[in-house]
Design a protein around this ligand. Structure first.
Ligand code: FAD
Length: 514
């Protein structure tokens, strides 16, 4: 007999099997013959002084426990099967390729950036504030923006696909199995590159093909179908179907589609800053027992409020993380955040952003479908011009509230360097005002959030895509071009690693089902 039960144990006993067995035994009674158990989900509950792990556990009684098997992709030779061209090797593109193999198609991945080992060097140069390669950086290259992300895999889009399948795939290719049970699974930037490389090697071993350093810059249409794609160096790629998984940082793709009169839509998104503060301030606010600080994992927060008709919210919180230069194009400055698997930096950061509606966007640009993109670019350009190359404008939060430049700045994890700047001169007034109006409420939750120890670092503009490449609800293909399947974050239908991966899977299923 198997029973699924909910149980709570002291956080310090997270990995203590004896303690868990004892708790289960006392739940079922001394006479119960527990033969085995397996944790299905676990989450940290820090609402009380005594911090607990709440767990869902499958318990076997009076019978031999069955082994939980990882659902794994199996090798399949698809070398001579019908090809599907996938542009972009981020989570959407890679998971699309894996699904294609599973369903008997040959994925051909075309990527503007470099393979991981080469890309690593470019990322290091950018991180030192030295050189930006516009094809190989924090966002472009093997694995897309997914490779150097924080690797948080939690998604609220669980209805859009099989989250567990995505997590199991990451485990198959090298992620720690804990991600299968943690409520907020996290891999870490230090672990992701080798996982992504393993996925590529698997795809190649099955007969899939990768082309790196090939930026798609043009395409030809015949009737209502894409006929072929053309790369920057004149290579031509043909196939019956094309998956467009180019992410939301590749503005050239939106420009190209727009130039070719392909239907696009401007969409709402959010902009603001990254806020950085010492991790111990977050821990102190969220762990009620001081002795837990440094023992329990660095605490996470999620903040949200409404100021009039605007949402103000934290985004992509990185406990024990660092802020990184996520810029992709010269002249446009943007930051993002990530952390290693141990989350062991002394700082916490998160995006702190304000929703931007079409009404706001139209006040800045009249460019129809690309109005949101122009709005985003204007902010990034202003930010770039306000500081030396690759550095980031910054302001202590208490100074921001008083609209004055900081006379000095706290230490920051942003490696290329931060420069004291009045962010009111960069961000639109409505964004600054909404941030200002939210800070007292947020400070009530994380003590010190609006103090001089917390620092705003700009600008956070790529929370989600400002453009949607529309597609037919059921068929996943573009309404004008029946063999073009826009997917992932760049298509405006996903945000984050897991939902982009699921979107890639869905697109391939739709292609094959047709
Ligand atoms: C620093 C950072 C931290 C993040 N942390 C997290 C996190 O913890 N959790 C989370 O869920 N999300 C996180 N994200 C967001 C996440 O990375 C994205 O949501 C996700 O990668 C989107 O997947 P995608 O496949 O749609 O696009 P992308 O990952 O952006 O991949 C698109 C790929 O297409 C390629 N490409 C673009 N244009 C062309 C072209 N013309 N020709 C050929 N190739 C092209 C690009 O080089 C890129 O490799 C983070 C992002 C960043 C930058």
């Amino acid at each position: 007999m198997i029973k699924r039960v909910e149980i709570a144990i002291n956080a310090s006993d997270k990995n203590n099997k004896q303690a868990l067995k004892k708790a289960l035994q006392s739940k079922f009674g001394k006479s119960a013959n527990i033969t085995g158990f397996s944790i299905v989900k676990r989450s940290l509950d820090a609402r009380q002084k005594n911090v607990l792990y709440r767990m869902h556990v499958d318990v076997w009684m009076d019978e031999k426990p069955s082994e939980t098997k990882l659902q794994a992709f199996e090798y399949k030779n698809i070398e001579f099967c019908e090809p599907i061209i996938v542009v972009g090797s981020g989570p959407a593109g890679l998971f699309a390729a894996l699904k294609a193999i599973e369903l008997g198609r040959k994925p051909i991945l075309i990527e503007r950036g470099k393979a991981i080992d080469e890309r690593k060097k470019d990322v290091a140069l950018l991180n030192r504030g030295q050189v930006l390669s516009e094809n190989s950086n924090w966002c472009f290259g093997e694995g897309g923006a997914g490779t150097y992300t924080d690797g948080k895999l939690y998604t609220r889009a669980s209805k859009r696909g099989n989250v567990n399948q995505v997590l199991q795939t990451f485990v198959q290719f090298g992620a720690h199995p804990d991600i299968l049970i943690d409520a907020h699974p996290h891999i870490g930037t230090d672990k992701l590159p080798s996982i992504i490389k393993n996925i590529r090697l698997f795809i190649e071993s099955c007969g899939g093909v990768f082309y790196f350093d090939k930026q798609i810059v043009d395409f030809e249409v015949r009737g209502n179908r894409i006929h072929r794609l053309i790369s920057q160096n004149g290579d031509v790629f043909e196939a019956p179907n094309f998956v467009l998984a180019t992410g939301h940082s590749s503005s050239e793709v939106y420009e190209l589609l727009h130039r070719k009169s392909i239907l696009l839509e401007s969409k709402d998104f959010a902009v603001g800053v990254r806020i950085e503060l010492p991790q111990f301030m977050v821990d102190k606010s969220l762990y009620k027992n001081p002795s837990d600080i440094g023992v329990l994992p660095p605490a996470e927060y999620r903040l949200a409020t409404q100021i009039g008709d605007r949402g103000v919210f934290s985004f992509c919180m990185c406990p024990g993380g660092v802020i990184v230069p996520a810029t992709t194009h010269h002249g446009f400055q943007v930051v993002n955040g990530m952390s290693n698997s141990l989350r062991n930096s002394e700082y916490a950061n998160s995006g702190l952003v304000v929703s931007v509606s079409q009404k706001d966007i139209l006040a800045y640009s009249k460019e129809g479908a690309l109005a949101g993109l122009r709005f985003q670019q204007q902010l990034e350009a202003k930010s770039w011009n306000s500081v030396p190359a690759f550095q980031a404008p910054a302001q202590r939060v208490d100074d921001f509230l008083l609209k004055k430049r900081s006379s000095n700045l706290p230490k920051s994890t942003y490696n290329p360097g931060i420069v004291s700047t009045n962010l009111w001169e960069i961000l639109p007034h409505f964004v600054c005002q909404a941030l200002c109006d939210s800070m007292a409420e947020f400070d009530g939750k994380i003590k010190g959030f609006n103090s001089s120890e917390a620092c705003f670092i700009g600008v956070e503009t790529r929370t989600s895509s400002p453009v949607r490449i529309p597609r037919d609800r059921e068929k996943f293909s573009h309404p004008q071009l029946e063999n073009l399947f826009p997917c992932g974050e760049g298509a405006g239908y996903a945000g984050g690693i897991t939902s982009s991966a699921m979107d890639g899977i869905n697109c391939i299923e739709s292609i094959v089902n047709r």
